[in-house]
Design a protein. Sequence first.
Length: 271
Amino acid sequence: MRLGISSYTYVWGVGVPGFPRPQRPLTAIDLLDKAVELGVTVVQIADNLPLHELTPLQLKELAEAARNRGITLEAGTSGIQPVHLLRYRDIAAHLESPLLRVVLDTETSHPTADEAAVALEAVLPRFADGNITIAIENHDRFPATTLATLMDRFESPHLGICLDTANSLGCGEDLATVLRVLGPWVVNLHVKDFCARRLPHKKGFLVEGCPAGSGLLHISRLLDELRGLARDPNVILELWPPPENSVEASVSKEDAWARESIAYLRQLIPT
C-alpha cells in the first residue's frame, strides 16, 4: 500500500460546479506539488480535473513532472462509452498510470449494469494489452452485489474495484457490507471519512465529511482487512469538506484537513 492524494482531496481548490471558483484553480502540476509538500508518492487525477482537456504537450509535461518528483500518477474519469474509455486508456498509458479509475455514471448518462458490461467487453482487451486495470468505483447507485456480478462476469485481472468508503451510503449500504462483497476485487481505495449528526428537529441525520481519523470510519480495521486479501491497493485520500462563507475559506479548510488526514494515515501506512 502507498499513500496518495487526489483531485478530490482538493475539491474547492480545483473548483466545484455551481459554486464560486478560486481566483487561481489548482492544476494537475499543482497537485504534484501538494503531494511533495505532504510527502506522499501517488496522485490520482479524476474527472473534476479532466485529463482529456490537456493538450498532448501538457500531458507530456505532467508525466515528466511526476517522474522528476518520484510520483506515480493514477488516471480517473467518468463514463463508460468505449470510445471515451479507449481515449483514457491511451492517456493512462502516456502517464504510466497502472489503472484507470472509472465512475460509471456521468451527469447525462446512467447506464444499466448490462450496458456497462457491454462497454467493458469492448475495451478490456486493449487495457489488458497495455497492462492497465480498469477500477470501477462504487458510486452510490449500484449495490455491491451488482458490481460483484460485473466482476464475476469477466474474471479479468485487469478489472477491479475502486472502493470508496462513503459512497455506498447513498444506496443504503455500510462499508462492512461493501467490503465483504467486493473486497477480493479492490485494486484502489478512497479513504473518505465522515460524521453523522442529528438535525435540530431530530427527524433525521446529516452526513458530512471530516478529516481522516476524526469520524465514523474504522480506517485501521479496513486496512487490516484489505491487507489480508489478494491485492495491494494504493490508499487515496478524498475529502468532503462542507463549504465555508467564501471559497478562500473553503480552500483553507480543505488544506488543513488534508494535512491532518495525511498525518493520521501516515501512522497506519508508514511508506
